[in-house]
Ligand binder design. Structure first.
Ligand code: MN
Ligand code: MN
Length: 290
């Protein structure tokens, strides 16, 4: 894997940084998502395919984007602080960030950083689960809770969830309370109606896909999206994509690297989509009070 090109100091404004977040301590059921960053990188560089996006951008040129070193969690208790401060540091340099790996709890500290820089931020959240629990097994930072925390703190203007198929009574109430817009999986055709004004952050939980397409996740939830449906959402998104995360890939449940290749493909198309929208500096519309 010597072709990684880690030279953070040379990152320039408007470039895209892809950073690994190997953290899965808020998973309620199975660990493993911490192993994802390395496996997604391997898939992206796999010689079984090439590095061109479907819309003909050659990511192999490593132009306009690069990988950074994975975050290193020396003090596990300070994990969220580390994530938030690292993302904030990158946004401060006008870098757009794609995070790979981790359980879904990491989206909360990421959005705490993004919310400081974008006052009119929308989130497009693809997931089998709404992740709106007030708490799960006593953990308010569980991977089942990040969007409750995000909405409580008013970090974003709009949260749109797509692919959900596990709503409980409690989570329906939470969605109503926070004004979350949900396109449930059973009404997936409505996905074409979604339109965003201004900056959009994409939070992509790999279990939005049907387990037949992506078995390497901790929570198998049948009846989900195909790989093509997710690609179509990324490619046709109406709005300005300014950041993304790719979470919940669990390599320990992925013996043939099937899901790793799907994650690599999705990452490729997300990078491509963001490269198409290079000139978006004007969207950083807020001076944070740090
Ligand atoms: Mn999730
Ligand atoms: Mn999920």
């Amino acid at each position: 894997m010597s072709n990684f090109n880690i030279k953070e100091k040379n990152l320039t404004a408007e470039e895209i940084a892809v950073i690994g977040i190997p953290f899965d301590e808020n998973s309620s059921f199975r660990r493993g998502a911490a192993l994802a960053p390395m496996r997604i990188r391997e898939a992206l560089f796999s010689e079984s395919t090439n590095m061109w996006t479907e819309k003909s951008i050659d990511l192999g040129l490593m132009s306009g984007w690069q990988f950074l070193d994975d975050l290193e969690f020396l003090n596990r208790k300070m994990a969220f602080e580390l994530i938030e401060s690292k993302i904030n540091e990158l946004l401060n340099k006008k870098i757009r960030v794609i995070s790979i790996g981790g359980d879904h709890s990491i989206t909360y500290p990421i959005i705490r950083a993004y919310g400081k820089w974008y006052s009119k931020l929308s989130i497009l959240h693809l997931d089998a689960h709404p992740d709106l629990y007030d708490e799960l097994y006593g953990n308010r930072h569980s991977h089942a809770c990040p969007f409750a925390r995000i909405m409580e703190e008013n970090l974003v203007k709009r949260l749109v969830q797509v692919g959900v198929r596990t709503l409980t009574g409690h989570q329906r109430e939470q969605a109503k309370r926070f004004g979350v817009e949900i396109i449930e999986m059973r009404e997936i055709d409505r996905v074409n109606e979604i339109m965003f004004n201004g900056p959009v952050y994409l939070s992509l939980d790999m279990d939005c896909l049907d387990p037949a397409f992506a078995p390497g996740v901790s929570h198998h939830e049948p009846g989900g999206m195909s790989t093509r449906e997710v690609l179509r959402i990324i490619q046709n998104l109406k709005g300005k994509l300014i950041g993304a995360d790719l979470v919940e890939y669990n390599p320990e449940r992925d013996p043939q690297d099937i899901t790793g290749m799907v994650a690599g493909k999705l990452l490729k198309e997300i990078i491509g989509r963001m490269l198409e929208e290079k000139n978006n500096g004007g969207y950083r519309d807020r001076t944070p009070h740090l």
